[in-house]
Every structure is written in C-alpha cells, then in structure tokens.
Design a protein around this ligand. Structure first.
Ligand code: SF4
Ligand code: SF4
Ligand code: SF4
Length: 271
C-alpha cells in the first residue's frame, strides 16, 4: 500500500540516526532480520562518474557503449513506467547544503504506479533523461539496481518491477551506512565490473581525498600517501577531487556495460 505522507515524515526524522541502526546489523540475529526485511535479493551497482572515465583505447574501440551512465539510459529507454521524486529524502532529512534537494531518486517499472502521488510524479522518457543529466551536472553519483528497502519504504509491489536509480551525495542513506553495516549486507552494493582505482606516484599526501569524500571510507593516508582498500566501490569521487590528478580510474572489462545490464535484468523487469 502506498505510504502516507506522515509515514515518510516519520522516516525522515529517523534518518539522522541511520548509522546507529545500521550498526545493529552486526549483531548476527538482528543482521539476519534486517537482511531479510530490507536487502533480500538486492544487487546495487555504483556507477563511476562519467567525467572521470578515461576509457582505455581498447575498450573504446571495441565496446559499442562506453560511459557508465549508459546503463541507466538503456533502462530508461526500455521502461514503460518512469517516476521521479519531488525531492531527495536523504538530502532533505540531512538538510544538505552541498547538493540540490530537489533532485531525488528515479524509479522505473510497473511498481511505480503504487507510489503515493504526493511524493513525486510519472514522467516521460525524455524527462527521465533530462533528470539524469541534471544529476550528473550537479556532481551526484548514480547507483542502480534492485533495492528491497525502496519497495518497502514506498510501500509498493512487486519488488521485481521496481528499479531504483539513486543520484547520491554523502547524505545518501546507503552511503552513510556502508562503512558500518554488516559486511554481508554491504557486499550487495557493488563496484561496476572491471573498474579499478589506484593511487599513482603523483600523490603528495595532501589528504584532500580522505576528508568526507569516500562513502565507504576506502581511502586513507598511510605514510603520507593515499592508499585505497578493497572496500572501494569505484564511484570516482576521489579521482575528481584530487588536485594532483594522482588517482586513476580505469575499466579493463570490455563488456562492463553489457554485464551490468545483464545483472540488473536478471532481477528487475522494467517493462
Ligand atoms: S538514495 Fe540518493 S537520490 Fe535517493 S533519496 Fe537517498 S541520496 Fe537522494
Ligand atoms: S588528494 Fe591526491 S595528492 Fe592528495 S592525498 Fe589524495 S591522492 Fe594524494
Ligand atoms: S576510494 Fe572511495 S571515493 Fe574513491 S573511487 Fe573508491 S569508493 Fe569512490
């Protein structure tokens, strides 16, 4: 059943404490319950920001699509139902000062018909593509995939008819819980296939990339040099902020777009 506005307002009030709630999932019994209730069957892919992609020549030559956001464009073209929120619930509840509150999640698939119309509106394919472009220009990072949590807070069914496209900043709920949540749940939020991020010799240890940039705390200073851990999800934000251009993001899988689409299509039907 579509969620009433009072329910959404209540949820917004709980958001600033979401890290505390996420930590509870490390208690085995509670972790299982949270997983079943909110993350069962999920697969969410972080897309590197298009602007940081120096796709290597081989990939560029052989792939018919080369920018990560083309995964989302594919689903927008394919979908019969498109929906955007009037606002970003995460930025709104955190009173975000850095990114626009009016650019929120996009949802695709038949389940959007069940969303409370006071929360957003159905849009055309053209409007969906324009929304995507505005989010990119604002510096937001896309996440795409099946997210049971979305179907649950929106009160819509079936979950396999709802594709979530998030346009996120550090206020994002998933972003904020990622470093503390039970790792088994955290692993459902993945890197795009073939994405590699590395710090090069140009690093001077200024620390810019370590200050509230990485949503999974995967980048730290060690012996005055940035070091990236295996927790990295390849979003590219650290690449973007480094003043020395010392961090490189590459994609070495020629099929990275096709593989991402296939994974999502196996879980969500947007037609
Ligand atoms: S998931 Fe991203 S776009 Fe959606 S409400 Fe949260 S920050 Fe905003
Ligand atoms: S911002 Fe760049 S130069 Fe500064 S620590 Fe990070 S990688 Fe090194
Ligand atoms: S280290 Fe963090 S900010 Fe950098 S690409 Fe990986 S996930 Fe993104």
């Amino acid at each position: 059943m579509a969620r009433p506005i009072w329910y959404v307002n209540l949820l917004k009030k709980a958001f600033p404490n979401i890290k505390f709630i996420a930590k509870l999932t490390r208690i085995p019994f509670l972790g299982k319950i949270f997983d079943l209730a909110m993350f069962e069957g999920d697969d969410i892919i972080y897309l590197p920001q298009d602007k940081v992609i120096p796709v290597n020549k081989e990939v560029q030559k052989e792939a018919d699509m080369v920018l990560p956001s083309q995964v989302i464009e594919y689903f927008i073209e394919k979908a019969n139902y498109h929906w955007i929120m009037n606002f970003c619930i995460c930025r709104d509840s955190m009173q975000c000062k850095d990114y626009p509150i009016n650019l929120g999640c996009m949802f695709l698939g038949e389940a959007v018909l069940g969303i409370n119309p006071q929360l957003g509106r159905r849009i055309s394919k053209k409007e969906a593509l324009e929304h995507l472009e505005r989010c990119r220009e604002a510096g937001l990072v896309h996440m795409v995939g099946r997210n049971k949590l979305d179907a649950s807070w929106l009160g819509v069914k079936p979950g396999n008819k709802l594709l979530s496209i998030c346009n996120c900043c550090p206020c994002c709920c998933l972003w904020r819980i990622a470093p503390v949540i039970n790792p088994k749940i955290g692993q459902k939020i993945k890197k795009m296939p073939g994405v590699n991020v590395k710090v090069t010799e140009k690093c001077i240890g200024c620390g810019t990339c370590t200050r509230g940039i990485c949503f999974v705390d995967a980048i730290k200073l060690v012996n005055k040099r940035a070091v990236i851990s295996k927790e990295c999800r390849g979003c590219g934000r650290c690449v973007d902020v480094c003043p020395q251009k010392a961090i490189e993001l590459t994609i070495d899988d020629k099929l990275f777009i096709k593989k991402s689409i296939k994974r999502i299509e196996s879980l969500v039907d947007v037609t």
